[in-house]
Write a protein that binds this ligand. Structure first.
Ligand SMILES: [Zn+2]
Ligand SMILES: [Zn+2]
Length: 241
């Protein structure tokens, strides 16, 4: 979603002497870096595999079906990004066991929005691939219909790319093609996402395309979910206003 919360070692400020070892762009464990690279490669392979399976399963004249399923998948990916983001913004604490690091990533992003822009490609996208690819693989084992395969394709293309899209929304100068996508609302735009960062971070949680934010915020989806969870005994740990 946000990539890692680990801070970078800093940009190189000058030319390194030839005898110096090359500077790493990350400061966390090398073992995790390797895991991130593996996650990225596995995720890319699964996307290609899903696309091949989906095209093979597509009935004649079923292009409209593929487009509809892919679009529904992207909407679901946006919704999932909102649910994950909202849960980290609302519950738990950065010091809690197991999920503390996950919560801290989102809370630190509120305090320093620019930090995500200093993450390289692997750090930005590695974690989401590590956590999403096992689910993707499991789904591929039993999904067979063309509609379901295109749905899965949309969900995971959206999920794997949401940290990168979120990072682009915070960049002062993203690539021109990305800027075009942001203007066309194909992916999260800086203006749209800035509404989450203004105020108490209580709306616009979806950070993939942002398509679901309008309807979710209009119906008060997350406040209703919090009310329901409160009835079940789970109280939010951050201020509600
Ligand atoms: Zn947030
Ligand atoms: Zn943000």
């Amino acid at each position: 979603m946000l990539g890692s919360s680990r801070s970078l070692s800093g940009e190189a400020t000058g030319l390194a002497l030839p005898s110096e070892p090359p500077k790493r762009s990350y400061t966390y464990a090398r073992s995790h870096r390797i895991l991130e690279v593996c996650g990225l490669m596995v995720s890319a392979g699964l996307v290609v595999l899903t696309a091949v399976f989906a095209v093979r399963a597509l009935p004649e004249g079923g292009l409209w079906l593929a487009a509809l399923a892919g679009f529904a998948g992207l909407c679901l990916a946006d919704l999932l990004s909102g649910l994950v983001h909202w849960s980290a913004d609302t519950y738990g604490s950065p010091t809690m066991p197991i999920f503390g690091g996950f919560v801290r990533t989102f809370r630190e992003h509120h305090a320093d929005q620019a930090d995500i822009t200093r993450h390289d490609f692997v750090e930005t996208n590695g974690d989401v691939c590590i956590f999403s690819s096992p689910v993707h693989f499991t789904l591929l084992l039993w999904v067979e219909s063309a509609f379901a395969l295109f749905l899965v394709l949309g969900i995971f293309v959206g999920s794997y790319t949401n940290s990168q899209i979120h990072k682009w929304a915070h960049l002062a100068k993203p690539p021109w093609l990305v800027r075009a996508g942001q203007r066309l609302r194909i992916c999260l735009s800086p203006g749209h996402h800035s509404r989450h960062h203004s105020g108490a971070h209580l709306s616009h949680y979806c950070i993939t395309t942002g398509w679901m934010n309008g309807v979710l915020d209009t119906v008060g989806f997350f406040r209703k979910l919090e009310w329901l969870l409160l009835k079940l005994g789970l109280r939010r740990t951050t201020p509600s206003a």
